[in-house]
Design a protein around this ligand. Sequence first.
Ligand code: DCP
Ligand code: MG
Length: 372
Amino acid sequence: MNSFLKISNIWKYYSGRPVLKDISFEVSRGEYFVVLGPTGAGKTTLLKILAGIVSPDKGEIYIDGKPMVNVPPEERGVGYFPQFFNLFNHMTVWDNVCFPLLVKGIDIVEAEKICKEMLSLMHLLDRADSYPYELSGGMRQRVALARALATGAELLLLDEPLSQLDAKLSVELREELKSIARSLGRTVVHVTNNVEEAVELADRIAVMNNGYIIQVGSYDELRRKPKNLFVEYFLSDVNVFRAYVLDPHDGLLRSSSDVCFKFRVKPLCEDASSLLRSGGEVIVCVDSDVIVLDPPSDSGWNVFDAIVEEVLFHRGGYTYILKTCCGATKIMMKVMDEMEVGIGCKVKVGFKTSDARIYDVSEYDSILYHGG
Ligand code: DCP
Ligand code: MG
């Protein structure tokens, strides 16, 4: 890999507690790299270490092949957008973007040219004379973004840059941010807890939890081969069933919390098969978009009667929350088009035995506790 940013074996402790644990990854030149994780995962700490604001306790950072750990922030050649950014309140939008360029020694003609370009990209030119307190939260966020882009730094470190925008603007800016980064030839490390944002922006995603980078890959790779239950659970709307093994040969399981909810699984690999031990407990994941209405009644399928409890509309389709008639297990079914069954209707639904993925029960804790 032609890596532009390389970080190896970074550790960081706060009050004796590790918050970054042996973090290593590489980002290639021009890549849009997204670090995705729940609150408290350590994302901001990681970005501050890359920006040079916080020192790691162990580990190395290289930008364009040069070691960075002892280099001060202003000499690292990075544009940093902090999660809790500050604007200069006594300066106009224009000066907020232009002033740091002048401080860096860029001549005024060039600085004004860059400033105009960045404010235009962020749709802020008509507010150039406004003061920060005259702007909405979303506009202030865009000023801070324009300022980070204006630095001209090849490496951009963006900590939740779209979090204060309303949903529509956030979606619009996502697309623009990626094309701006691409057209300006920037390498980006973008931190977020928003899966949709990560999927739309990222060339590759690093999934982070509890101080660890758990897996790095394209969204497709992460979805096809999630390294553990956490990655699977965090990235997609998945049904998670905790279940006892009744018959390992037949793959017959019974829900741990609902004695009436029994189903079969057909493990697709040796590792998954070996988790099926008689009397043992496992975690089973079934994607919400592989649950189907009126499934065939053959041995390759699990079939249940259920009642529609809730119908949720979202970008890209509908999610039906179903409650099995035999017990009280909830099943989430995601479909593209609205179905002709409303709340309270009885339906037959099911999933293929081979669509169930099996995890060790010890992984359950990782999806209950998100660090915080
Ligand atoms: N932490 C700490 N002392 C600090 C900063 C952080 O003890 N000065 C702890 C709080 C968290 C962990 O470190 O347990 C990671 O904090 P981060 O702010 O790095 O976490 P995120 O950025 O991932 O969280 P969020 O999504 O809420 O911004
Ligand atoms: Mg943070």
